[in-house]
Design a protein around this ligand. Sequence first.
Ligand SMILES: Cc1cc2nc3c(=O)[nH]c(=O)nc-3n(C[C@H](O)[C@H](O)[C@H](O)COP(=O)(O)O)c2cc1C
Length: 185
Amino acid sequence: MSLLVIWCSPNQEGLTAKCKSALVSGILEYGMECSEVHLNRLNIGRCQVCSTGFGQCAQKGTCVLEDDFNRLYALMQQCDALALVTPVYWHDMAEPLKALLDRVRRCDCKVNHALSGKKAMIVACAGGSGNGAVRCLGLMEDTLKHMGMDVRERIPVTRFSSSYMPKAIQSAAWHLCYELNEKPQ
Ligand SMILES: Cc1cc2nc3c(=O)[nH]c(=O)nc-3n(C[C@H](O)[C@H](O)[C@H](O)COP(=O)(O)O)c2cc1C
């Protein structure tokens, strides 16, 4: 069993990074294998909206762009569950994650259906007013559900809750591992 943690933020030591580290701690505390992907280090371009709206993604389940997308989409398919952690930008997920999910959705929900049924947890870190954290989670969840993914936990973090939420994230990650590994279905 393995959990893939995908996160983005330009700040290696900001609120998002802190929440991501708490999530990884929960996975390792349980004893499950964990891989981390920092999207800001990868080259994942935006969907080119080929043809009249649907291109190769809708026919073959692959993307015409040759960047880091294919490798990461393969990792997403191979893992047993997925955790996504993003800063809240404009009440939405940050652009690197949006670019990834836009392209994954096109390939997955039309052809591959490889992520359907996969469990996920999502975390949105709002360091400003805190406005938009819940909306951001809603938008992320809509995209994952479009692919048939099973969103088990959605966690908003604001600068007002930033002192105690990392502990909750660690616990939530531990429980997701428990659910994957031991809980009777
Ligand atoms: C472009 C941009 C848009 C933002 N929009 C919001 C927002 O809608 N609501 C909010 O509470 N904070 C907003 N913020 C603040 C970020 O959510 C906050 O800085 C967050 O902690 C970033 O995570 P980091 O610590 O990993 O950088 C925004 C920040 C940026 C740079």
